[in-house]
Design a protein around this ligand. Sequence first.
Ligand SMILES: *[C@@H]1O[C@H](CO)[C@@H](O)[C@H](O)[C@H]1NC(C)=O
Ligand SMILES: *[C@@H]1O[C@H](CO)[C@@H](O)[C@H](O)[C@H]1NC(C)=O
Length: 211
Amino acid sequence: MAHKKSLEALKLTLKDLRRNNNISGGLMILLAGDFRQTLPAIPRGTPADELNACLKALPLWNNVKTLSLTTNMRVQLQNDQSAAQFFKQLFGNGKVLVDATSGLTTLTNDFCRFVDSQLALIENVFPNIIENYQNYAWLSQRAILAAKNNVVHALNFTTQSKIAGDLVTYKSVDSITNPDDVVNYPTEFLNSLELPGFPPHNCNSKLVQLL
Ligand SMILES: *[C@@H]1O[C@H](CO)[C@@H](O)[C@H](O)[C@H]1NC(C)=O
Ligand SMILES: *[C@@H]1O[C@H](CO)[C@@H](O)[C@H](O)[C@H]1NC(C)=O
């Protein structure tokens, strides 16, 4: 998912550090990944921006030799037939059927289970969370993913609200380092920013007694 410029920066840094003008300072670099799964995320970007940020849009890509892995090790080593089936449905012949006009793809009923609402999703993934939340093994086996942070926060909040305990809100204290900029960046604006990897401005936690 790395932006192409990070590889470009690595290439230049290696040249610099090794004082060697060959590509990447003459070092061989091993990259692993699957472009069908890991396109870079460009905030507010269009599909064209994402393709343009992709490693394949680098001139450097001409120097990359692609090696393909063809054996599914999870299926091979653990003889996990459901993993084999999942892989076949996900990748089939290597192409996903996409509707030409909408650009959307359709998942079939035997591929996954559908639910009507976020509440039903939470119920299905975290059944009886009121009692199960203290069971770490149970918790570690489940997760809900979403494409956008605001949906993640909403799902998190709803899931958390099912657990008994007092809700405590911890607010971040945001300020600007240069006092001259105070007019341009009011505190309300700073509070509204949701930076990746940072807790939200209103961080809600349940105070519960763990066994
Ligand atoms: C740069 O690459 C060329 C061609 O592969 C090689 O002959 C040369 O030794 C390399 N230079 C250095 C400093 O590694
Ligand atoms: C969900 O909320 C809890 C409590 O505020 C927080 O510790 C946790 O990081 C949040 N998880 C995500 C994925 O945002």
